[in-house]
Design a binder for this molecule. Structure first.
Ligand SMILES: Cc1cc2nc3c(=O)[nH]c(=O)nc-3n(C[C@H](O)[C@H](O)[C@H](O)COP(=O)(O)O)c2cc1C
Length: 341
């Protein structure tokens, strides 16, 4: 059973398995680890187009990336076509992005209230104007990430796709839920599959893929071009390797405790490097780099250790973890099932 690479304009994504954008998680540290385990492409965390236009240090920090992550999308939000186009030019000029992706699905109130993210789903024509303006402004392929609709009364995926395609978008990633569902409840893969027969854009399906078999099933059942994984990869970047084994029919060996520990510390090391970089670039910063890295890492750590005998102790004490020694202790507690002193 082979897998056909996904094509986003001239950009080849092989394997066609992508890491979803997740604010607070998919920074360059995590993206690079996922790529090393066989992920096909990644997206940045969501980045504010206004901040990019102003080249604000805080926003530009979200655009840090490394060569191993390519292909990588600059995933931006905004509502004014001109601002989005200028932001896309900033990303293109950095020379480290392969595609420009427009966020048309984020249900977070502070983004929706500004008319961005999921608010755009109620105005498909605006999506067309935004993709059109970006397409004129840059050479990089333009894509969108959206959902099946705002809520059950507004299930307008096909209209959004049509407008995006008219604006020149070449791929669409669809989270098979309504914006009103946020991140839980049933996922509708069938509608994503139906979109495939209605558009010339590449279709990437997303939502509810937590096991290797889910990814293969989503591709097979719908005939779409790619699969995007979000939460299933947090704490389990090995999932990409497992999918590759399943595709090749090779046995998959779960990572050993040693391998997991190694990746946990490597992840923390990369986050610390990233925080040091931020410390150099930004004038006002709340925490020293080590502390800032640990804060960003807590959510990942909890997921890395989920299901281990002492995981609940770790979760309960997560807010007290503030150094790499605490991380080592948490690992010991998780694996031994004993709380310790
Ligand atoms: C913590 C978190 C942050 C997210 N941030 C973004 C984001 O910035 N942009 C976006 O388009 N989707 C975002 N999402 C949605 C994911 O990209 C994805 O569509 C969703 O989690 C469903 O996929 P999954 O079931 O594989 O997790 C976020 C999801 C989570 C859980």
């Amino acid at each position: 059973m082979g897998q056909v690479p996904l094509k986003i304009g001239g950009v080849v994504v092989d394997p066609p398995i992508l890491l979803a954008p997740m604010a607070g998680y998919t920074d360059t540290a995590f993206r690079s680890i996922c790529m090393e385990f066989g992920c096909g492409a990644t997206y940045t965390e969501v980045v504010n187009a206004q901040g990019m236009m102003r080249e604000s240090p805080r926003t530009m920090h979200l655009l840090e990336s490394s060569e191993v992550e390519r292909p990588v999308a600059a995933h931006i939000y905004g509502k004014e076509p001109e601002v989005m186009a200028k932001a896309a030019q900033v990303a293109e000029k950095l020379g480290r992005y392969d595609t420009i992706d427009v966020n048309c699905g984020c249900p977070v109130r502070k983004i929706v209230h500004k008319g961005c993210g999921a608010a755009l789903m109620k105005d498909p024509e605006q999506i067309g104007k935004i993709t059109g303006a970006i397409n004129e402004a840059v050479k990089l392929p333009v894509t969108i990430k959206t959902r099946i609709g705002y809520d059950e009364q507004h299930m307008n995926l096909f209209e959004m796709a049509e407008q995006a395609e008219q604006g020149g978008a070449v791929a669409i990633a669809v989270h098979g839920r309504f914006a009103a569902q946020v991140h839980s409840g049933p996922v509708d893969w069938a509608t994503i599959g139906e979109l495939k027969s209605r558009t010339r854009m590449a279709v990437i399906g997303n939502g509810g893929v937590t096991e290797a078999g889910d990814a293969i099933r989503l591709l097979k059942e719908t005939g779409i071009d790619g699969v995007m994984i979000g939460r299933g990869a947090v704490g389990n970047p090995w999932l990409f390797r497992e999918i590759a084994c399943l595709v090749k029919g090779e046995p998959y060996l779960q990572p050993t405790r040693e391998e997991r520990e190694e990746i946990i510390f490597e992840h923390l090391r990369r986050l610390t490097e990233l925080a040091i970089l931020e410390y150099k670039h930004r004038r006002r910063i709340r925490w020293a780099p080590e502390k800032s890295a640990i804060l960003a890492f807590r959510g990942h750590l909890c997921r890395y250790l989920q299901g281990e005998p002492g995981w609940r102790y770790v979760r309960r004490g997560l807010n007290d973890i503030s150094s790499s020694e605490d991380v080592a202790r948490a690992i010991e507690v998780a694996f031994s099932g004993r709380q310790g002193n």
